[in-house]
Design a protein. Structure first.
Length: 165
């Protein structure tokens, strides 16, 4: 009696690493784009709104393409972004002079001269009392973790299907 074993499919043809890499990159791009949108939806709008404020600096990026380790990041290059995300603890130094004038004018509906006159009082209050952060990055990730997990699980099924062909 003899038995014949036929080896076929992408798994045995040496295509597995490329298939896995391609699907994981696709999943990471989808997850990063989804998180970028989620963060932007809950980011506070400031003086310049979406066109030039903090919102316009939030971007997603996929790094390590073609390498064994792939990483996705959603963040901002703005120094202001960290303050908005984490807030400001009481008892720290005052914000720099001049940084709140445009925001005060916009928020309070006053002219720049009046805003410049009251800015010191607002800066001093921020230094003394601090303020709560918006936590938009943290919230977007936490509230959408199951959706992101679903993206990668779906890609796992796609990998398995393609390995079988």
């Amino acid at each position: 009696m003899t038995a014949t074993v036929t080896i076929k499919g992408n798994l045995f043809a040496g295509k597995a690493p490329r298939i896995v890499e391609r699907h994981l990159q696709a999943a990471m791009h989808e997850a990063v784009a989804f998180l970028e949108r989620a963060v932007k939806e809950i980011t506070p709008r400031g003086v310049l709104g979406a066109e030039g404020g903090l919102l316009s600096t939030i971007q997603g990026e996929v790094m390590g393409k073609g390498a064994p380790l792939i990483k996705g990041i959603v963040g901002t290059g703005s120094k202001y972004g960290e303050v908005v995300e984490k807030g400001r603890t009481p008892g720290r130094a005052m914000p720099p002079k001049g940084v709140l004038v445009r925001w005060l004018a916009w928020k309070m509906g006053i002219d720049d001269t009046t805003a410049a006159r009251i800015e010191f009082v607002v800066r001093r209050k921020i230094a003394r009392k601090g303020f709560e952060g918006a936590h938009m990055f943290e919230k977007a990730f936490t509230e959408n973790f199951s959706h992101i997990q679903g993206i990668f699980e779906r890609m796992g099924f796609s990998i398995a299907r393609e390995m079988d062909t």
